[in-house]
Design a protein around this ligand. Structure first.
Ligand SMILES: C[S@@+](CC[C@H](N)C(=O)[O-])C[C@H]1O[C@@H](n2cnc3c(N)ncnc32)[C@H](O)[C@@H]1O
Length: 273
């Protein structure tokens, strides 16, 4: 199934229910680790509905934050949700940023690099718009391993339908491995590359809290889910519930079920020359 990336990112509310609720706590840990000073000019590349932008506003006391994303509907959502004198959202592509050279002190990108057609070009663009001595930092989901609820989804989907194999984000995005990310940034000749993982708990209230957001169609796994005939989707819904009952359903019905997921992160000091 060939799908244009733009088809994945069209509905802000549905994205929030699926991933926005988890991308915010990741962004919070990420910023705490970054430890950037107050009054900086920030750029959020692939800002989507504004999860990372929101945390920058709340935790980093920025002079300015600009969020850029190619999805017109996500930008509309972000503008409505994060009205603040310090923030602006613009439609734009990460591989051709509509921004002058050396404009920002800190350029960040959350959960986006793997969706770029040319991640090396995206990193070069990010470096271009970062001021001398500024910081560049990015993170992606660890689709192959630590992003557990998506891992469960694809494992079950592939067991039911082997043709789903090439759609599995764990297989499609080798860039999301720590060594690949490190190589990507090293190739851009950036100084002082640091990496770490972030784990956050993803606590589901029950099976529907896990399953229903897949019906929103935002992102590769929900898009696949909604492309299936109803009977196949019902099988997909039933399969993890049966197989992983101890994960999704508390037999006593009074406790939430939890999982954790992991991001890979990079911190790069820009070359001073
Ligand atoms: C998983 S979402 C992440 C959104 C947000 N950063 C967050 O943390 O919630 C991926 C985002 O990448 C954006 N995207 C896809 N291709 C892009 C590109 N070439 N340049 C910039 N952003 C892109 C999508 O529109 C979408 O908003």
């Amino acid at each position: 199934m060939q799908t244009r990336q733009s088809e994945f990112w069209t509905a802000g509310e549905a994205y929030e229910a699926y991933l926005g609720r988890w991308s915010r706590p990741v962004a919070r840990q990420f910023l705490a680790w970054l430890g950037v000073f107050e009054g900086a000019r920030w750029l959020d590349v692939g800002c989507g509905t504004g999860s990372l932008t929101q945390v920058i506003l709340e935790d980093a006391a920025p002079r300015q934050v600009v969020g850029v994303d190619p999805s017109e509907s996500f930008i509309t959502y972000a503008r409505a949700k994060h009205a603040d004198a310090h923030v602006a959202f613009r439609i734009g592509n990460g591989t051709k940023l509509p921004i002058d050279d050396a404009t920002f002190d800190v350029v960040v990108s959350g959960l986006v690099l793997n969706f770029m057609p040319d991640p090396a070009l995206a990193v070069a663009e990010i470096a271009r718009v970062t001021s001398r001595g500024g910081r560049i930092a990015a993170y992606v989901w660890d689709y192959a391993g630590g992003m557990q609820f998506m891992r469960h989804f694809w494992d079950v989907a592939i067991a039911l339908d082997a043709s789903a194999l090439p759609l599995d984000e764990g297989r499609r995005f080798p860039i999301c491995r720590l060594d690949s990310l490190t190589e990507l940034f090293a190739a851009a000749r950036l100084n002082g590359v640091e990496t770490r993982a972030i784990d956050i708990p993803t606590v589901f209230k029950g099976f529907d809290d896990y399953w229903v957001p897949f019906l929103g169609g935002q992102g590769p796994a929900p898009h696949y889910c909604m492309s299936l005939p109803e009977s196949h989707r019902s099988d997909l819904r039933a399969a993890p519930r049966n197989r992983r009952r101890s994960v999704w359903d508390d037999p006593y019905g009074c406790r939430s079920c939890g999982q954790s997921k992991r991001d890979h992160l990079l911190l790069i000091e820009r070359d001073q020359h």
